[in-house]
Design a protein around this ligand. Structure first.
Ligand SMILES: *Cc1c(COP(=O)(O)O)cnc(C)c1O
Length: 516
């Protein structure tokens, strides 16, 4: 564990061991088995397959043939399998327990979705297969598009973007293209609230806009007076999340949209929190010009740990012509094709990716939509809001809600209740790990001091919500009593306190043999 050792526990407890329980000979902790890195356990000469040596093979690589064998870890099949299964047991997953990570919508991924995504006709599809051979897949994309347009009340959709942040890029490039088409490329300023997800200002800055922060009122929503003072002929638009990242619906959203439009700008909505309003409110009715939808959040396709996302973007009639290629087209006979270059009135912003999106995620999302039905989707939104309010109600006297009143799909707390205890938000999050829960989102949004953002989602039962709240209340009580052990938590995780700042600043992404 050469490289990891320096970043793990400061207390010297070996990885894999619970403090105070002593060290085992094997390094394992009960049935949680000790495991080294794959390069440390592999033997270069070993292999999982046994093939005959090829005879008389001509060397056709000229001078480019390898002089040294590649530095691959050699493992037999059972060794390789055990390695990855052991690692998986050190991980936390939505299939193991509640994942209250605010802003991430970590809901259960129904197994029906997985079953359908594995149908060979979808799973084995080649992205270059011609439209004549892929009508079923294209029709599925068409149906998904129809559901997204019905749910959002928007005019057009691009299925291309691979994630929410990629969707933001897509939507903001469409706004840039629309401004250019109007001869108004001098409009360079994009407004974002202080509570914005980091990807919002990053996206705007990445494509040459300058970011102007708008203030937040005492109620946790956009400060309209501050917004008004920042509008002008240089405004390209606003990037606003609704419900916002404090878990609150922007009550003035229609007024905000009107003011942005009156000053000649566009309204980009960050739709990451669509789970709270699907089937209840349509962004198209709120004046939104472009919005991404994280299929991996709202529509239950798996995410976290590197699974592919999908971030389709819906457009208003004004922005629809600027949607990127390729896009789906259907002729009068119901035959689908992918349009790869500008046609007719379209002025595509260009191409964002080689192909048209994440087919597996499209299948899962449509499976989720169709198995829930319109009424089921609305109920999912209502239950998500109910669950978050239950958590808020159970915790609000012992912790400090960041803003007054009810919340939408997530409950936000500040660290005010930790004042003078010496305990910080990070300590609370780490202590939750010992209780068997993935921590909530911490220190986001930035405009709330020591923020703790809890999004239970609709798929948690009351019993699980109670277990979580009981654990958190007990930790809060220990914090108020000044329990110093909280500063060293977690005690029961495979790795203790990691130096996360150093890991981010000096990432070591390559394993090197010890001593080299
Ligand atoms: C998750 C999230 C994003 C980014 O989405 P990715 O799919 O992770 O790229 C943007 N904004 C908000 C508010 C989010 O919660």
């Amino acid at each position: 564990m050469a490289d990891n050792a320096s970043a793990s526990s400061s207390s010297g407890t070996p990885s894999g061991l619970r403090a105070g329980l002593g060290q085992t000979v094997s390094g394992s902790d009960g049935l949680l088995q000790h495991e080294n890195l794959i390069f440390e356990i592999g033997t270069p000469t070993k292999t999982g397959v046994d093939l005959p040596m090829p005879a008389g093979m001509p060397q056709r690589l000229g001078g480019l043939g390898r002089s040294q064998p590649p530095q691959l870890p050699g493992l037999s099949e059972p060794e390789a399998m055990r390695h990855y299964v052991r690692l998986s047991q050190r991980n936390y997953a939505i299939d193991l327990g509640m994942f209250p990570l605010g802003s991430c919508t970590m809901k259960h991924n129904p197994r029906l979705n997985e079953k359908l995504a594995r149908l060979p006709g979808f799973a084995d599809l080649h992205p270059l297969a011609p439209a004549s051979a892929t009508q079923g897949a294209l029709r599925l994309m068409g149906m998904l598009s129809d559901w997204l347009l019905a749910l959002t009340g928007m005019a057009a959709v691009s299925l291309v973007p691979k994630a929410g942040a990629h969707g933001e890029l897509c939507g903001m490039l469409a706004i840039k293209a629309a401004l250019a088409a109007r001869g108004e490329s001098h409009r360079k300023k994009v407004l974002t609230p202080g509570s914005a997800h980091g990807t919002n200002p990053a996206t705007a800055a990445q494509i040459g806009f300058s970011v102007v922060e708008i203030g937040t009122g005492a109620d946790g929503r956009v400060d309209l007076a501050d917004l008004g003072s920042k509008l002008g002929p240089d405004i390209a638009g606003i990037m606003l999340t609704n419900p916002n990242t404090a878990g609150l619906f922007e009550r003035d959203v229609i007024e905000i949209a009107a003011r942005i439009h009156n000053s000649g700008g566009y309204f980009y909505c960050d739709g990451a929190n669509f789970n709270a309003i699907m089937g209840k409110a349509r962004p198209g009715d709120l004046g939104v010009d472009a919005m991404h939808i994280n299929l991996h959040k709202t529509f239950s396709t798996p995410h976290g740990g590197g699974g592919p996302g999908a971030g389709p973007v819906v457009f208003s009639p004004d922005l629809a012509p600027f949607a990127p290629v390729p896009y789906l087209d259907r002729d009068e006979f119901g035959y689908y094709r992918l349009v790869e270059e500008a046609e007719g009135e379209a002025m595509p912003l260009g191409r964002l990716a080689a192909f048209h999106g994440q087919m597996g995620m499209f299948v899962r999302a449509l499976s989720y939509m169709m198995s829930h039905g319109a009424d089921g989707l609305r109920q999912a939104a209502e239950d998500a809001v109910l669950n978050a309010n239950y958590v808020l109600a159970r915790l609000k006297t012992e912790m400090s809600p960041a803003f007054p009143g009810h919340c939408m799909h997530e409950a936000l707390f500040s660290d005010a209740f930790l004042k003078d205890t010496g305990i910080e938000t990070l300590d609370i999050a780490k202590a939750l790990i010992d209780e068997g829960f993935h921590p909530m989102t911490v220190y986001f949004p930035l405009n709330v001091h020591g923020a703790m953002l809890i999004e239970p989602t609709e798929t948690e039962s009351k019993a699980d919500l109670d277990r979580f709240c009981d654990a958190l209340l007990a930790i809060a009580a220990r914090a108020k009593a000044g329990d110093p052990a909280l500063k060293a938590a977690p005690f029961r995780a495979p790795a203790r306190r990691l130096d996360e700042t150093r890991a981010a600043r000096e990432p070591r992404l390559r394993w090197r043999p010890q001593g080299s």
